[in-house]
Ligand binder design. Structure first.
Ligand code: URA
Ligand code: SF4
Length: 210
């Protein structure tokens, strides 16, 4: 088992009283609760309205997100937008965010290669996500990919087996996990189309709750 982090090793002490999304965003902009603030360009907070019906949670901002300061604006975000449209979900009903709010990367030549956040970085950042969910109280929470699913639903959660199923959780009325859109971008040419259709099928289940 990982060591429990004490409160001051997480973002918890930075949470504003009576939080709103603007107040949270402002407080998170100055977060230094884990080492990722040193290498990320900026905190990439969630985006969308507090009235959103669905919250999508990814892993962490990517290269484009880090530069633009907005979640899901790079290639994975474009694919997610298309899948939402194909599933009949209006982007305005949706809030998108990540379990970790700074980009973790390693230089390879001129490129910045994504690195998985570790458990203590996820634990440090989690208060922001919990506060977002408390403010929004979405009808549906959707975990995109294994990092989000395991961070929120437990380390034994397997997206490959449990995708598209409703999961029992205190986090929201309805909780579901599916693959991360970037896994579709990485798929072989032969399987990409099929995997995309499966993502849309999971999102169609989400659409039924809203
Ligand atoms: N991948 C994620 O998990 N989140 C983003 O915001 C972008 C890419
Ligand atoms: Fe704070 Fe999260 Fe950024 Fe770490 S990744 S510094 S906990 S906002």
């Amino acid at each position: 088992m990982p060591r429990q982090l004490s409160l001051d090793e997480t973002a918890a002490p930075l949470l504003p009283e009576r939080p709103s999304l603007p107040k949270l965003r402002e407080a998170a902009a100055g977060c230094t609760a884990c080492p990722l603030h040193e290498t990320g360009t900026q905190t990439v907070f969630g985006e969308g309205t507090s009235k959103a019906d669905v919250v999508f949670v990814g892993e962490q901002p990517g290269d484009q997100e880090d530069l633009q300061g907005k979640p899901f604006v790079g290639p994975a975000g474009k694919l997610l937008d298309k899948a939402l449209e194909d599933a009949g979900i209006d982007r305005r009903q949706v809030y998108v965010t990540n379990v970790v709010k700074h980009f973790k990367w390693q230089a390879r030549g001129k490129r910045r290669i994504h690195q998985k956040p570790n458990w203590s970085e996820i634990a440090a950042c989690r208060p922001w996500l919990e506060a977002e969910l408390d403010v929004i109280e979405p009808r549906v929470l959707v975990c995109l990919g294994a990092t989000a699913a395991q961070a929120l639903l437990g380390r034994d959660f397997r997206v490959s087996r449990q995708r598209g199923e409703l999961v029992e959780s205190d986090l929201a009325e309805n909780v579901i996990a599916t693959v991360h859109p970037s896994s579709i971008l990485r798929a072989d040419d032969e399987t990409r189309e099929q995997e995309y259709r499966e993502l849309v099928r999971d999102l169609e289940k989400v659409a039924k709750f809203i």
